[in-house]
Design a protein around this ligand. Structure first.
Ligand code: FES
Length: 351
């Protein structure tokens, strides 16, 4: 399209073309209005007001330090189960309330102190600069360094030692709140996770019916869940123990069992494996009877129960632990000991 094809009102005027950058003309609707005149704050012209601001900022940083100390003291001193009434929230855990309040005050005071400092004492002179090429010339770099030094001097960071020191104090203390929370990781489990309630002579109890299992209760193609005898729901550690000892039982034709050890540890083709996935511990619940594969619903790890519980797919790092079982003289399925290796996730160092 040539300029003759463009309507005349859309062509740039000569006056506009002559205009460059911030030089405003009456024909330029986008003229740079420039910065408004700088107005001094009371702290810029009154040293007593500046001192007052300095004290307020230091007070906020000190308050932050006290709140952090209060956080740590609450964490150490308050019992976990103490309940208090707080208006208008109602009944709350004293520990949670106190931790939230003190940490909130500690962080708020650091933020409020920094904002107050920037608004009242740091230089507020606005500067407009032209955009420059990305790679800076050495003299530009030197100017940046000089500006940085001038800025540091203007902020009075070095001169206002009270603010600087209290701010460093507040910033140094507040991370301690996170350090003391490490206590919640609790004591190391020791050997607790290495053992379950299974031991020699314990009957396999059907988790649904609560009855001891006989071999004839386990049909080919079914997946049965069991727990050791003697577990009571009102035991204080029932949930923990049942989570570790949960067992799944399937019947496989002995000739289809590929792993020799698995065959030796089975009874009449009945094999018993930990139900806890060796990836991150989800309970396994899906059984494919044609292939004897079990699938963990969490991340799709798949184990072959006809081949020693081997992992055939997915992120799990270890085979499922097998429980050695037999049929006792009364015709019930019974364990011959505990699992030979820890059940569950793969963080264990296994030999
Ligand atoms: S927990 Fe089973 S695959 Fe992740």
């Amino acid at each position: 399209m040539s300029s003759q094809d463009i309507p005349e009102e859309n062509l740039p005027s000569e006056q506009g073309d002559a205009h460059d950058g911030a030089v405003a003309t009456t024909a330029d609707p986008f003229a740079d209005p420039g910065l408004p005149p700088h107005e001094h704050r009371v702290q810029d012209i009154d040293e007593r007001a500046a001192k007052r601001s300095e004290r307020v900022i230091a007070f906020l940083f000190l308050l932050s330090m006290l709140a952090t100390v209060g956080f740590i003291a609450s964490y150490v001193a308050l019992p976990v189960d103490k309940i208090i009434y707080v208006y208008p929230i109602g009944h709350v855990s004293a520990l949670n309330f106190s931790l939230g309040l003190t940490l909130g005050v500690a962080l708020f005071c650091i933020g409020a102190g920094a904002v107050h400092w920037a608004r009242t004492l740091m230089s507020d002179v606005e500067v407009a600069d032209d955009r420059h090429p990305i790679s800076a010339e050495p003299e530009v770099k030197a100017k940046v360094l000089a500006d940085f030094k001038a800025g540091a001097e203007e902020s009075a960071f070095g001169r206002r030692k009270l603010i600087r020191n209290t701010m460093f104090g507040a910033l140094a203390l507040v991370p301690l709140s996170g350090v003391v929370l490490l206590r919640d990781l609790g004591p190391l489990p020791g050997t607790k996770l290495r053992h379950t309630r299974w031991s020699a002579g314990k009957l396999l109890i059907n988790q649904n019916t609560n009855q001891p299992l006989r071999p004839e209760d386990i049909s080919v193609g079914s997946l049965t869940f069991a727990v050791p005898e003697g577990m009571k729901e009102d035991d204080h550690d029932f949930q923990q123990e049942v989570a570790k000892a949960a067992l799944m039982i399937v019947r496989i034709q002995p000739e289809n069992i590929k792993d020799k050890k698995e065959l030796d540890w089975s009874a009449d083709g009945i094999v018993a494996y930990s139900k806890i996935c060796t990836h991150v511990g989800c309970p396994i619940s899906l059984y494919e009877q044609q292939t004897h594969h079990v699938l963990c619903p969490c991340h799709q790890s798949t184990f072959d129960l006809s081949d020693g519980g081997r992992v055939i797919f997915g992120p799990a790092g270890h085979a499922l632990p097998q429980l050695r079982i037999k049929v006792n003289e009364k015709g019930y399925l019974e364990a011959l000991g505990d699992f030979a290796e820890p059940v569950g996730p793969s963080f264990w160092e296994r030999g």
